[in-house]
Design a protein around this ligand. Structure first.
Ligand code: ZN
Ligand code: ZN
Ligand code: ZN
Length: 480
């Protein structure tokens, strides 16, 4: 079967955003014997609906993709699952009725099929159905609309992200030329106003974070990673003995965003599927498999909220750099444990977590995650996990955070900012360590330079080993 790039793009964006809906549609189809009969009835009703649609759309008969897209009012897409299903069926049957009338109905049919695609839980599959069932002229128009839509969303991304109030923007910067003379660009984080030394440029909460496995369960908050110094304020999970929170303000969102799904519930049954992932992380001393689990659950959670956010967590991390991870027995096991822990609760997730996607997620964490430090005194020994982190601190790392904006910051051996955790939790702040002018690129240090005792050669070697680039920062270039 011919799979267009649009189908591929759709799988990456739209389909991902809609795993929640897949549950409803699929169970409906399987469990409802009335479903097929209703489908037929819908078709009969189509001619009537079509006339109404025709009147509604009479003034906006699309002549081109742009016109067709412009005729669609996003606000008319329903939000609840029930309404979305109804809307989808209406658009499909109306579209079908329209194209059977001949070429004069093609434009409007395409609009209907496009609308159905926008709310259907598995758009890539629907595209393949379209390809086999609708006239090529209509199909071309639908794909044209989809492609323009996806492109518009992609192009708009960096105009709305990062939010203006963070005082930074993401821009393309030149990074030399290839052997063939082709210009190479990379994305970096640019200050959008001036900052004096010591000023906080912005603060950012992580998309997902995790404690070092050895610190989990007693003294540190499972949500914000803060050290709990007062026993009285400690909030244990009500269903397990594996995690604690520093306050209700942390336990409530944690339960909603991920722990409600990932809780090992050991007070009820010692052998829950969630327990497998937990025990593995603890034994192997790995936090990234758990962070990936949290990320996936949060992604589905945000989707089910019909949040007003235009871009879901997957849209955000899709654009970030990642390290190539070669699959080993460990990853194979982690994928199995993840499927086991989530499979029964998030329909469609087992297909979604394939090897390729898991390795990419892991590679994103390895490249972008920052070490989180809190007020923990440096005499306390923490057994750090062997997983890679961007970290330059003397104080012990208590966990890792994955930050949407700060991930864009490039490394320099002589950076103009430092990363601090002012609130002693996982909220990261970027503070200017040099005077920064508007338009200047911001840099952080990815590695511990041992108080400046590392030679250029040693720094470059370490950076190449962990991040796969040859450092060309001003300090390194000056000593060449
Ligand atoms: Zn907390
Ligand atoms: Zn729990
Ligand atoms: Zn350097």
């Amino acid at each position: 079967m011919k799979t267009s790039t649009i189908v591929a793009a759709t799988v990456g964006t739209l389909a991902v955003a809609s795993i929640g809906y897949a549950l409803y549609f699929d169970s409906k189809r399987r469990n409802d014997p009335e479903f097929r009969r209703k489908l037929k009835k819908e078709r009969k009703r189509a001619s009537k609906v079509m006339k109404e649609e025709e009147q509604k759309q009479a003034t906006r008969t699309a002549k081109s993709v742009d016109e067709a897209l412009a005729s669609i009012n996003e606000a008319e897409f329903p939000t609840s699952m029930e309404e979305r299903e109804k809307f989808c069926m209406e658009q499909l049957s109306t579209g079908e009725a329209l194209f059977t009338q001949g070429p004069e109905g093609f434009d409007m049919a395409a609009i209907c099929f496009y609308k159905a695609l926008k709310v259907y839980p598995a758009p890539a599959e629907l595209v393949m159905v379209y390809q086999k069932t609708i006239p090529p002229e209509v199909f071309t128009l639908v794909m044209g609309m989809l492609s323009a839509d996806v492109q518009k969303k992609q192009e708009k991304y960096y105009t709305v992200f990062p939010p203006k109030e963070m005082n930074v923007k993401v821009d393309e910067l030149p990074e030399g030329v290839t052997a063939e003379g082709k210009k190479v660009v990379r994305r970096g984080l640019i200050a959008s106003k001036d900052f004096a030394v010591g000023e906080t440029i912005y603060s950012e909460a992580p998309l997902v974070s995790s404690l070092e496995p050895s610190l989990e369960g007693n003294e540190f908050c499972h949500y914000c990673l803060k050290q709990i110094t007062e026993e009285a304020s400690k909030v244990p999970c009500t269903s397990c003995t594996k995690v604690v929170f520093c306050s209700e303000a942390c336990s409530t969102p944690a339960m909603a965003e991920f722990h409600g799904v990932l809780c090992t519930k050991d007070s009820e049954d010692a052998d829950t599927p969630e327990r497998g992932l937990y025990d593995y992380s603890k034994e192997a001393n790995y936090k990234y498999p758990g962070m990936i689990a949290k990320f996936l659950v949060r992604m589905v959670h945000e989707d089910s909220l019909n949040s007003s956010e235009e871009y879901n967590p997957f849209d955000h991390i899709e654009r970030l750099r990642f390290l190539e991870v070669r699959p080993s027995a460990a990853e194979e096991k982690e994928i199995q444990l993840l499927k086991l822990a989530l499979g029964s609760k998030i329909p469609g997730i087992e297909e979604f977590i394939n090897e390729d996607r898991y390795l990419t997620l892991k590679g994103k964490l390895l490249y972008n995650a920052y070490g989180v430090t809190t007020s923990l005194d440096s005499s306390r020994s923490v057994e750090p996990s062997p997983e890679q982190l961007r970290s330059v601190h003397d104080s012990p790392v208590v966990g890792a955070g994955f930050y949407k904006v700060t991930s864009y910051m490039s490394h320099s051996c002589d950076p103009n900012t430092k990363i601090v955790f002012q609130e002693h939790n996982n909220t990261l702040s970027v503070v200017a360590t040099k005077e920064v002018k508007a338009g200047e690129e911001l840099h952080s240090g990815f590695i511990d330079q041992k108080n400046g005792t590392l030679s250029t050669e040693q720094r470059r070697q370490e950076l190449f080993q962990h991040y796969r680039f040859k450092c060309m920062c001003s300090l390194c270039e000056a000593s060449e």
